[in-house]
Design a binder for this molecule. Structure first.
Ligand code: T3D
Length: 268
C-alpha cells in the first residue's frame, strides 16, 4: 500500500523499498515554488520524517527545468506605498523545507535535470549528493530582481565552492553551466541528459540496498565537523563507530567481505 494515498497538484511522489522520489511538477513554470507546492512538500516530508524504513530520498524536476525558485506571479508588484514582508514566506516555507531536508537521516540525492535558479538552487544545495544532467545550469537569480540569496544559499554555496565563486555567482547573477559547476565541486557528477532517468533508477536501487545506518552517521559526522575541534571529532567518530559496530549491517558487511561476496544490507 502507498504511504501517501493521494495525487498531488504540484509534485509527483512515490515510495518504493524505503526510497522516496519527489519530482517537482510544474514544468510550464520551470517548477517554481508556489504556496501549494510548499504545502505538498511539507506534507511529504512530514510523513518521511516518521518512516522507520526510510532509506533514501531522490529529488528532481519534471520537464526542462529543475526549479526556478519562487513563482514570481505570486509576488505581483503592490501599489505604490504598500510593501510585502518577504521574510514571512521564508520563515513559513523555505526555512522549514531546507531544515527538514537537512535533518533527514538518509541520503537526499538531487538529480538536476535543467536550470536551478533562486531558491531552486538553494534546494539543490541542501541535498547531500548532487548529480546533474549535462544541459543543467545554475543561477543565483536573486540579484537580478534586487534580492539577496536566501533559503540557505549563502550558507551552502561558499562552503561548497569557496567565498570568491559564491560571491561572484551571487553578485553577478550569471548562469553557470553544469560543466563549470562540476569543476567547482558544486556537483558530484554529470550524466548525459538521456541517461538521467536511468541513473535515478540505479541510485534508487543502490539506496534501497545500502548501509542506511552508515549513511546517517556519515551525514551527522560530516555536517557537524565544522563546529568542533579535531579531538572532539575523533571522539564523535569513535562513538558513531561503536553504534555502527552493533548493527546487523556491520556484521553482514564483514561476513560478506570474508566470504568474498556482495553484502546484503538491511538498513539496521
Ligand atoms: O518572494 C519570496 O518569498 C522571497 C523568496 C525568494 C526566493 C527566490 O527564489 S527569488 C528568485 C526567483 N526566481 C527568479 O528570479 C528566476 C526567474 N526565472 C528566470 O530568470 C528564467 O526563467 C530562467 C533563467 C530560470 C530560465 O530562463 P529560460 O529562458 O530558460 O526560461 P523562461 O522562458 O524564462 O521561463 C519559461 C516559463 O517559465 C516562462 O513562462 P512563459 O513565458 O512560457 O509563459 C517564465 O515566465 C516562467 N518562469 C520561469 N521562472 C519563473 C517563471 N514563472 C514564475 N516564477 C518564476 N520564478
Amino acid at each position: 500500500m502507498a504511504i501517501i494515498d493521494k495525487t498531488f497538484e504540484t509534485i509527483k511522489f512515490d515510495y518504493v523499498g524505503g526510497v522516496a522520489t519527489i519530482i517537482l511538477n510544474r514544468p510550464e513554470r520551470l517548477n517554481s515554488f508556489t504556496e501549494q507546492m510548499h504545502l505538498e512538500l511539507k506534507e511529504v516530508l512530514f510523513v518521511l520524517q516518521s518512516r522507520l524504513d526510510l532509506r533514501g530520498v531522490i529529488i528532481s524536476g519534471e520537464g526542462r527545468g529543475f526549479c526556478a525558485g519562487q513563482d514570481l506571479s505570486e509576488r505581483a508588484v503592490l501599489p505604490e506605498g504598500q510593501v510585502r514582508d518577504l521574510s514571512e514566506g521564508l520563515e513559513k516555507n523555505y526555512k522549514p523545507l531546507i531544515l527538514a531536508i537537512r535533518a533527514l537521516p538518509v541520503p537526499v540525492v538531487c538529480f538536476v535535470n535543467g536550470v536551478a535558479a533562486g531558491a531552486g538552487l538553494s534546494l539543490v544545495l541542501a541535498c547531500d549528493i548532487i548529480i546533474a544532467a549535462k544541459s543543467a545550469s545554475f543561477l543565483q537569480a536573486f540579484v537580478r530582481i534586487g534580492l539577496a540569496p536566501d533559503a540557505g544559499s549563502t550558507y551552502f554555496l561558499p562552503r561548497l565552492i569557496g567565498t570568491q565563486r559564491a560571491m561572484a555567482m551571487s553578485m553577478l547573477g550569471e548562469v553557470i553551466s553544469a560543466e563549470q559547476a562540476e569543476q567547482w565541486g558544486l556537483v558530484w557528477r554529470l550524466v548525459e541528459d538521456a541517461e538521467l532517468t536511468n541513473e535515478m533508477q540505479l541510485m534508487r536501487e543502490r539506496l534501497q540496498s545500502g548501509a542506511t545506518c552508515s549513511y546517517a552517521a556519515i551525514k551527522d559526522l560530516i555536517y557537524n565537523s565544522g563546529t568542533v575541534e579535531l579531538e572532539e571529532q575523533l571522539t564523535r567518530e569513535a562513538l558513531a563507530q561503536r553504534e555502527l559496530g552493533y548493527t546487523e549491517d556491520y556484521r553482514e558487511g564483514t561476513q560478506a567481505f570474508l566470504e568474498k561476496r556482495k553484502a546484503r544490507f538491511k538498513g539496521r
